[in-house]
Design a protein around this ligand. Structure first.
Ligand code: ZN
Length: 185
């Protein structure tokens, strides 16, 4: 099972047969995260003007706890899904790629995302090992640019959420990446 971790989709899992055919998939979208983070950001901004540092720190802690909770839930669902599908190995990208996908964000947002991505991977790895599932990491180079159907590497094939190739492969970009990850493992 390949797991792609990202911004718009927090996690996309693709289960593949040994022959490389997709058997099942699972999406965890990040819409709710964007909404919650906006709420905390506006709370912080209001407090910033009155310099209530302790209150701001409390909000930061609250946001981190919320994110940690969510990462626990997502990793739990991913592992349950993997067990249900009889998965032997979970394959993920190492974190270099995540830093690149987050380049468009400001530094504070990027730090939070990096922290959260890293935590989600750790939770997945930890829970996988408890159930006897192996975890492998692959070089993230090209997993988002390569076509999961014909293996052509073309940067312009990826336009935001959509991956579109001349060979007729038109799918969700994160699903394309998770298929590539699972066949690289
Ligand atoms: Zn193609």
């Amino acid at each position: 099972m390949g797991v792609d971790i990202g911004l718009r989709q927090l996690a996309v899992a693709s289960v593949q047969s040994p022959a490389g055919k997709e058997i099942n998939r699972q999406f965890h979208n990040g819409n709710q995260v964007g909404f919650i983070r906006k709420k905390y950001r506006s709370l912080r901004r209001k407090l910033g003007q009155t310099k209530k540092i302790n209150a701001i720190e409390k909000i930061n802690d609250k946001e981190q706890r919320w994110m940690t909770d969510l990462n626990h839930k997502i990793s739990r669902q991913l592992i349950n899904f993997a067990v249900q599908e009889g998965v032997g190995t979970i394959v993920m990208e190492n974190l270099e790629n995540i830093r690149q996908t987050a380049q468009s964000l400001n530094r504070a947002d990027r730090n939070l995302h990096n922290w959260s991505f890293y935590q989600l991977q750790n939770f997945i790895e930890y829970k996988a090992k408890l159930t006897g599932i192996k975890v492998e990491y692959v070089d993230p180079k090209y997993t988002s640019q390569c076509c999961s159907k014909c293996s052509q590497v073309k940067k312009s094939n990826r336009k935001r959420n959509l991956y579109s190739c001349d060979c007729g492969n038109h799918i969700h970009a994160d699903l394309n990446a998770s298929r590539n990850i699972s066949c690289l493992g």
